[in-house]
Design a protein around this ligand. Structure first.
Ligand SMILES: [Zn+2]
Length: 153
């Protein structure tokens, strides 16, 4: 699940043109509320772009509901608000697998391999193992075959 959350955050950052994106944490809000765990904060988005981005990201909300049975909440912060309250998001890279691992070359996967690795971003590198999957290329273990994340690319 952690890897999928990283992949979702990474995807949203790409869709929004590289804006800082974070899962809500204690540095952003101390309040507790229903849905807190699945709230994604998107920074440096001017008001005029909010509606268009909401529409653009709606298919993602639907997929997250279908695949993970979670209701994704998107919160936009204007550049002014980001400067005033969250300036650190512009400097710090988000932590997570996707930020530290670069894709490797992996030649001719055997036919028994499937899926999409959420860490090294390669297709057909997963082998079923126990209740989950393990990537033959980078060794990442993940719960799902990752294909729904790949379909977001
Ligand atoms: Zn991998």
């Amino acid at each position: 699940m952690v890897a999928e959350r990283d992949a979702i955050r990474d995807y949203v950052s790409r869709v929004t043109g590289g804006r800082p994106v974070r899962w809500l944490d204690a540095r952003i809000s101390k309040g507790d509320f229903d849905g807190r765990d699945w709230t994604l904060e998107i920074f440096d988005v001017p008001h005029r772009e909010h509606r268009a981005l909401h529409s653009r990201l709606w298919p993602l909300n639907r997929r997250v509901w279908q695949e993970l049975h979670q209701s994704l909440t998107l919160v936009f912060h204007t550049p002014e608000e980001t400067t005033r309250l969250y300036v650190w998001v512009r400097q710090e890279r988000p932590s997570g697998l996707l930020d530290s691992v670069s894709p490797r070359t992996f030649v001719s996967p055997p036919g028994s391999l499937t899926g999409f690795c959420l860490r090294c971003h390669q297709q057909r590198t997963l082998r079923s193992e126990g209740a989950g999957h393990r990537c033959a290329s980078c060794g990442n273990e993940q719960q799902t075959n990752g294909l729904w994340v790949a379909s977001l690319q």
